[in-house]
Design a protein around this ligand. Structure first.
Ligand code: ASP
Length: 365
């Protein structure tokens, strides 16, 4: 626990509008994922490995440039995800998985930790960048969540770039649908055929201490009956709150929805922070009139990286107990960035003002 003497009591996170007060001045962090699953060395060719790492590095640099220049976490994560949506290696935008009916339907969400404003879309078919549509839902509509044809209509009204549904198609994903359908005939469930991974997500804290999170996906290969996963569900696949953290998830969406993974992690971080701060304040000696000898200021007080890791790991473990698999990326307003996943691998990357950028694929990296 860290605290130091200051002249006045800090307003302890009086509301969600409380922003820079908890940030480490001038420090930024960006964490991204490109999906989690049975990602093992013997399943990925050297070319695929290199292409994924290059794509993650490129996306990471896109967002880092914005944060380095003093831009907002919202702008950084949106720009980062747009790059990944255009990259056919990932299950988002171009390269997204096929539905049972052989179409492509996107889900996306975004959340601003400063205001807890959020936007999300599900089942969109023509918007090139679903993450941007989610952000427009947040900023240009009175709603949080739009679906299907209504979301497509709103996208047109917003003059967002439209493409034919076939523009999103790739041969690799079509083969996966064929495998899925063959597996179904052989009596396998969707979860026995790990053909979904590649969802993309980004979380960031900017130099003002504001966090934001976004997630974009095609969902699961062979999805039908209007199935919606966790990715566009605020609180399940995406959550951001300056009083706690920002989270983007990937994995077996049904389980992430049941646990409310993203909100659960943020809430536990918020409570732990409040407990630590209260304990620090309670330990300050007081004079005869009850006036504290010194003051503990919230802005100088954040969770340590190991505490954040412990909380993220425990929520992933809880989700795993129900039978789910996948992972999360997390950033706190204090600059800590981390991953937690229970799959053999997760496409991921992290960059910060504190030093360098790194990308990884396998669990042992
Ligand atoms: N979570 C996504 C979904 O269930 C899929 C994934 O992240 O791989 O739609």
């Amino acid at each position: 626990m860290r605290f130091r003497l200051l002249l006045a009591f800090g307003a302890l996170m009086l509301g969600s509008q409380a922003s820079a007060q908890s940030g480490a001045e001038g420090r930024w962090t960006l964490v991204i994922h490109g999906g989690a699953g049975t990602i093992e060395r013997d399943r990925i060719t050297a070319e695929q490995d290199a292409a994924i790492r290059a794509a993650l590095s490129h996306a990471l640099e896109t967002g880092s440039a914005i944060l380095r220049g003093g831009g907002t976490s919202m702008d950084a994560i949106e720009a980062t995800i747009r790059e990944l949506e255009d990259d056919p290696n990932f299950n988002a935008g171009r390269g997204a998985v096929f539905t049972y009916d052989g179409t492509i339907e996107h889900d996306a969400s975004i959340m601003d930790g400063t205001t807890r404003a959020a936007g999300a879309v599900t089942g969109t078919s023509h918007t090139r960048h679903p993450v941007t549509l989610a952000r427009r839902v947040m900023t240009e509509s009175p709603h949080v969540f739009l679906r299907g044809s209504g979301a497509d209509e709103f996208s047109l009204a917003q003059r967002l770039e439209q493409v034919e549904n076939s523009w999103f198609e790739t041969d690799r994903r079509r083969r996966q649908l064929e495998e899925f359908l063959a597996g179904e005939t052989a009596g396998l469930s969707a979860y026995d055929v790990d053909l979904k991974y590649g969802t993309v997500g980004a979380v960031a804290v900017d130099t003002n201490g504001n966090v934001a999170a976004a997630t974009s996906t095609g969902g699961m290969t062979g999805k039908r009956w209007g199935r919606i996963g966790d990715s566009p569900v605020i609180g399940a696949g995406t959550y951001a709150d300056n009083r706690g953290c920002a989270v983007s998830a990937t994995g077996s969406g049904e389980y992430f929805i049941r646990v409310g993974v993203a909100h659960e992690i943020c809430a536990q971080i918020r409570f732990r922070f409040q407990q630590n701060l209260a304990a620090a304040r309670a330990s300050v000696p007081v004079d005869e009139e009850g006036v504290p000898e010194y003051y503990v200021h919230a802005s100088e007080f954040g969770l340590e990286a190991n505490e954040v890791q412990e909380i993220a790991d425990s929520v992933i473990a809880e989700m795993a107990e129900l039978g789910g698999t996948g992972g999360v990326i997390v950033t706190t307003p204090w600059g800590t960035g981390t991953y937690s996943f229970n799959t053999p691998g997760m496409y991921r990357g992290m960059a910060s003002s504190e030093g360098g950028a790194s990308v990884a694929i396998y669990g042992d990296e």
